[in-house]
Design a protein around this ligand. Sequence first.
Ligand code: ADP
Ligand code: MG
Ligand code: MG
Length: 906
Amino acid sequence: MPETKRVYLFGNGSAEGNANMKDILGGKGANLAEMNLIGVPVPPGFTITADTCNEYTREGEAKTRERLEDEVKKAVQYVENLMGTSFGSNENPLLLSVRSGSRASMPGMMDTILNLGMNDNAVQGIIARTQNPRFAWDSYRRFVQMYGDVVLGLKPASKEERDPFEIIIEEMKTEKGVEDDLELSADDLKELVRRFKKAVKDSTGHDFPDDPWEQLWGSIFAVFDSWGNDRAVYYRQLNDIPDDWGTAVNVQAMVFGNMGESSATGVAFTRDAGTGENLFNGEYLINAQGEDVVAGIRTPQQITKIGSQRWAKLTNISEEDRAANYPSLEETMPAAYKELFDIQEKLEAHTKDMQDVEFTIQDGKLWMLQTRNGKRTGFAMVKVAMDMVREGLIDEKTALLRMEPNKLNELLHPVFTPKGLAGAKEITKGLPASPGAATGQIVFLAEDAEKWAAEGKKVVLCRVETSPEDLRGMTVANGILTAKGGMTSHAAVVARGMGKCCVSGAGNVNIDYKNRVMNVDGKEYKEGDWISLNGSTGQVLEGAIDTQDPELSGDFAQIMELAEKYTRMYVRTNADNPKDASIARNFGAKGIGLCRTEHMFFEEDKIIPMREMILAKNEEGRRKALEKLLPLQKKDFKGIFEAMDGYPVTVRLLDPPLHEFVPHDEKGQMEMARVMDISYSDIHERVESLMESNPMLGLRGCRLGNLYPEITEMQTRAIIEAALELKREGIKAIPEIMVPLTGIVYEFQAQKEIIEKTIQQVFSENSDSIEYKIGTMIEIPRAALTAHKIAKEADFFSFGTNDLTQMTFGYSRDDVAKFLPLYIDKGILKQDPFAVLDQNGVGQLVSMAVQNGRAVKPSLKCGICGEHGGEPSSVKFCHRVGLNYVSCSPFRVPIARLAAAQAAIE
Ligand code: ADP
Ligand code: MG
Ligand code: MG
């Protein structure tokens, strides 16, 4: 045996590998071995390890071939012995398939070559043995076509061009006056082989290789090469698959579905991958090979009779027509069908998961060619797991671990009906910023969105980008489209928070606000025109498309109950209003982790006194305006506390730079001059004086409260008075007052003193009290570094990981769109740190602050309230570093709850 084993054999009920060796053999190879071990009929073959692919990438073809040569020779002999055929023989030739297969399934991303070993001698041998010249020549022409494409590079010159081999086939069909490939005769196919080979010679300058060994080595290296093709690289990027896994190569004896009317090929699922229904289903083609089923050359038929009948109903085909022209496999080949049915049951029982299988029937005999865990929708994911728990196939923990938390998104937002989508025309594409489906009439201004919505119209708000002033327009819109901005742009973040469909950064959209039109690739769309957005794919579609409400099925509720059973960390929500609070509560939120008070101030009744407060010349003026704000804030808090009755609500004191609230236009400033009875120039001057070069790092957070303690006083009073009033009504409010942007312990202490004093005053005024906490956000690196000092003073820490990421990386959140996408493209950054918590950097600050904080105060409550609180990998990290809770937008609550439960089980 060589020092490193590079080739693993399988065949005839035994195998050197097994299902647990996916890292070495790839998913396909490991499962081919396993199927052999459990007595499923699989054509014999061997798997070359994925590590060999990496050797090849590093050291090239010559070295790799030298290392592999002996093992591959022996392996081919092994297959020859089992098959009773001989590679390269002109009497009884062995034909092979060469297939890719990596650790993670990457369907259709890499290359496969079938019927390898074919040449002018072998084809005669096949004809002699099968007495079926048409089949033999069909296999030959398929081989030249695939090998020519994959190994010799005869591909369409561009996306608009057609496949050079398909062009030759088309010419042939025209010459013969036939429409279907199946109508070409053996002689026609023989002629095709000749023309294909000529095309190869013309294009490459070399003869098509006749030597089977040359064909085999060429194919093995071509499959290794396909690991690096554009499709595969892109797929890996999308799915976070490391480049250094490499692909294994599976070499396997061919079985033939194209041998005539008693042969077929197909794919099947043990359950319905769309709905999760426990119903075996799939498609097949008689007298066809491999890819024909998926390639769409001929329309495949259903495998089961019931599936076939359902299909006929959907496509308006009568039962007579169906039975005569589109019969199921169950009807055409009952024996092979029965065996297939039994095998799929066996495979599911063995793997304990829904399987996606490939099979071929050669002259009535069934062969399995692949099995893998089937890809499925969010709906199917939940249903299959819960069904399997009930069937006793898997336990509760396994069901939870089977969930891909992000897929729950599909269960939480309205969706287009399949019928509506079928006829839809795509206008352009942007980023899938917030999932869901939206249909409505185009409006360009937030005010118009409000006006139209008030008239009962459905609108889609189309903007170059959005700002906090557009909030109300966004709230009433069915969906939001922006031309600029990325996944963390204002529009994207706010839309996700609202659970509203949003497509952001659609670069081809040119908006002309003045004329109320947008131009997309030369076509104009006016205000009032209907469009639709698919927030899960980023598609912008023409016209109105029907949507349906998501069904929160019983299974969904049950999986969430299981999550509750196993989780240690609980989930809160970020919410600024009673509606969001109750949505989140229905999804299982156990409190509010972040209630931003500034959003409240943008509402009409509050913005004027708020501006008055900011523009006031002195404390007296500020106090006067704050007095007007107090009852309004109190009312807001009462609404939120009421919705969260019995659960804690963390209220953050005023945080953003003040200039965000003041009017920057002349009209607005004139109005403020009138309201405040001072001159326009005074107002103008004051607005100018509020401008900062770097507002994110300027006068904001607790710096505001420390400069203007009366703001902190008013907000504290509003919170406590609201809670006390509710107490009298029998509602339990548990306020947690949170100081933003602490960097130095003294900043917090000073605020805490004011808060404490105000609380005691309100208590004594009311001769009553309630339970409360005072804590701080940890979002400045210095705060994390001095956590032991701050913890002495604070009841809780809430990690504001948006700002903490911004300040740890030194990336301005407002400017990252300029370079972040490029950094990710170049691999300098693996992920957007504003979407996925940077565990090695920012995460270390979090972990350290928790440890050092708890060292001085073991009861210190710790949570996180950044965008990361709803991102599964970040949630799991939060569990590991011992946070008490994560807080996220309402529509992410179920996702976070599942991720938290998984973290507890893992
Ligand atoms: P992919 O990963 O893209 O599905 P596969 O390696 O599974 O590629 O092969 C492509 C097609 O060729 C499949 O339909 C498969 O069933 C078929 N195929 C592969 N190997 C053989 C074989 N030895 N005999 C018959 N058909 C095969
Ligand atoms: Mg396959
Ligand atoms: Mg912050």
